[in-house]
Design a protein around this ligand. Structure first.
Ligand SMILES: [Zn+2]
Length: 60
């Protein structure tokens, strides 16, 4: 049995400003690397690269 819950993306990175977010407790949160928030630019229209981990269509 395939667990569809594992198909949700758990991390996304903005290709424009480098903002990194992680999926936690039902919402996106800014990732923290070595105590530094990877918030990127507040003026950025974020373009998320989710590295192909997001597969909304279940496989047979
Ligand atoms: Zn951005």
């Amino acid at each position: 049995m395939t667990d569809a819950r594992l198909r949700r993306p758990t991390e996304r990175i903005c290709e424009r400003c480098g903002r990194r977010e992680v999926w936690e407790d039902g919402s996106w949160r800014v990732a923290v690397d070595d105590g530094e928030r990877r918030a990127g630019s507040v003026y950025c229209i974020h373009e998320w690269d989710i590295n192909g981990t997001f597969l909304p269509i279940e496989e047979e």
